[in-house]
Design a protein. Sequence first.
Length: 400
Amino acid sequence: MTDPIVQPPLSGVRVIELGQLIAGPFCGQLLGDFGAEVIKIEAPDRPDPARDWGAVKVKDQSVFWAIIARNKKSVTLNLRLQKGQEILKRLVSTADVLVENFRPGTLEKWGLGPETLMQINPRLVITRVSGYGQTGPESHKPGYAAVGEAKGGLRHLIGEPDRPPARAGVSLGDSLTGTFAALGTMMALFHRERSGRGQVVDAAIYESVMAFTESLIPEYELGGHTRQRSGGILPRIAPSGAYPCSDGMVIIGANQDTLFARLAKMIGTDWATDPRFATHDARGDNQLELDELISVWTRGHTMKEVLRLCEAHAVPSGPVNTAKEMLEDEHIRARQAILRIFSPMLGTEVPMQGVMPKLSDTPGSVQSTGPALGQDTRAILDVLGYSPDDQAKLRDENVI
């Protein structure tokens, strides 16, 4: 007897993605990773700019596109034209989710707002991603990750204290918002199973960033404390940071008393009983001195030696990896955290992040890399009942 074929958890869920660049499409990527059929809509003459993004291209094609559009189908559709809007409405009648990240009011301007779409399909979940949200005095403003990270308090915290705010080397605000949008979509689908009705999911970049700022707001309101940029350390959390070795840097985190005692024993010091470092507060008061003492020790060892000793003494530690080291990492390889998927557009395998999180019974997967523009238009319109002649006329009119 053969085992039954395991279906991914979102198998049978049809998602229409109207977004572009990162925040909305990252939501679609997450849903597609777990089996949703994601139909990405792009204007025939204005494709997603993400097709050209990234520092590296192969055969003049973006390697970034292979990831952000993986597991998706591509349909060209001009939503600025009435016939394009009618096709979308017909597609909506077959869908479970619509994801969009236009500036608020754009769908309404095209006659495709939630009231209209949910009259067509009351079970539809409409996930709306924007910089400032769908309501409020700033909702009309365009919003990018950098702006949302600043408004949400995160950008003020990143960088060295004597320099202007820095940024992460990735579009963190977009990816956080796409993650929250996917989470909200799943909660709305779960509620639909009980109520039979869809709803609107409103995911704003600045609010998604705010969700990660811990107790920053009450620290100011209740204690008058404003967190500041602190470079590579987290103030009063010590030791926890990057330490130089003879051939690179490692991260060591040993701020709890028991961990710190193991670190002190590993280094061969009496720091665990030293009044300067014996307690969490004492280590916070003397953080810079403690970090320098640890750095003196790590500089006398290679990364491999420090990591081996930390592992032997159960002290959390790890290398500061670049892409090269991640591709060579045995643990990453064993966990299949990096997959290699062949891209017909690039003519080669593309190494990319695997599907996270891992589900024990219904895992997700990557079945395909980012599609060519409009490669699935004919197949989808066939299903919607458009004849070859109809499609030819629509193509001549720049509708598809």
